[in-house]
Write a protein that binds this ligand. Sequence first.
Ligand SMILES: [Zn+2]
Length: 86
Amino acid sequence: MVVDIQGVKIDKGYLLTDPAIHCTYVRRFGATNLGKPGMIKFFDTHECNKHCRELKLVKPSFDIPTKTTSHSTTKSPNTISPINLI
Ligand SMILES: [Zn+2]
């Protein structure tokens, strides 16, 4: 998903450059590709606007594990999350 883009208006429309893209394949699109965690973070703060409605876009739902109140889970120091594989 494209989450950031710059551009200028030209005679025939707009010239858009420098997109930041979140893709589940985190080895693509450079360091600004934050993968699924980036998508989730975007939608945490996104409020749909007229552009969403005009394009008939709907917020996706993500399968996010529910937080537990237990303190018994520990993370191995060797655990590497997908975001570290860029
Ligand atoms: Zn929206």
